[in-house]
Ligand binder design. Structure first.
Ligand SMILES: [Zn+2]
Length: 124
């Protein structure tokens, strides 16, 4: 039962950490965070798992798009190291999802809007 609650908490934390990593990089770059919604919602007819919009937005900003992958990897490894595997799963899923975007293997879209794909394009 405790593990189930930690899984739910881990999923919520993963969304907060993913969008928070975007927001921290944007703020460090002097950009404005115009939308910060680390939870599933609809906006302009689209379903978002989470959303962090910044202004001015640069689609080639590697730091902005790679930050969630770094944060999810480091924190998942840290939680695994201290035995909190139910918390680590949400971040591990987010990390794997980032890489599925890199390879454009998404089940819900063509993957061109994913962080992983945008980093791959910026590195070309
Ligand atoms: Zn993202």
């Amino acid at each position: 039962m405790v593990e189930a609650l930690l899984l739910v908490l881990g999923a919520a934390l993963a969304l907060l950490i993913h969008e928070g990593a975007h927001a921290l990089v944007a703020l460090a770059n002097g950009q404005d965070v115009t939308a910060f919604r680390p939870y599933p919602h609809r906006y302009a007819g689209r379903l978002y798992v989470g959303r962090c919009w910044v202004w001015p937005y640069d689609p080639d900003d590697i730091g902005f798009h790679v930050a969630p992958a770094v944060a999810s990897f480091v924190l998942a490894a840290g939680w695994l190291a201290v035995g909190l595997w139910p918390l680590a799963i949400g971040l591990a899923v987010d990390h794997i999802w980032w890489w599925l975007g890199w390879f454009r293997i998404r089940f819900t879209s063509d993957g061109k809007r994913s962080d992983g794909w945008k980093v791959r394009q910026a590195l070309r």
